[in-house]
Design a protein around this ligand. Structure first.
Ligand SMILES: [Zn+2]
Length: 108
């Protein structure tokens, strides 16, 4: 899957970022400098992506992991491959790393 050219929903092309998105990208870079990446987030192929459908601006990588700001904190954003449930750890994961909806293991 090539998420940059497949469709026009997500882009890493900064010329397509508006002022709002550039501001969000700046906040992400600031968080990266201050906090570093989340522990379970791989920095291989790290880039900033804009989802033009949801309006979200986030870090992603070669593994299609997603990290976004949860308030002031840079956190991994998870997507359950079983039921499509998505959110930050506190929203969708149990303490043992299972999806709260379908109870399947997401994080090992
Ligand atoms: Zn699930």
């Amino acid at each position: 899957m090539d998420i940059t050219t497949d469709n026009e929903i997500t882009t890493t092309d900064l010329s397509k970022f508006g002022y709002r998105e550039l501001h969000l990208a700046k906040e992400l870079l600031q968080a990266l400098e201050d906090q570093g990446l989340p522990e379970d987030f791989n920095d291989d192929g790290l880039t900033i992506m804009f989802n033009m459908h949801s309006g979200n601006v986030f870090f992603t990588n070669s593994d299609y992991q997603v990290a976004m700001l949860n308030g002031d904190k840079l956190e991994s954003f998870y997507n359950c491959p079983n039921c499509g449930n998505e959110g930050f750890a506190e929203d969708i994961l149990t303490k043992s790393g299972k999806c709260k909806e379908c109870k399947k293991q997401i994080i090992y």
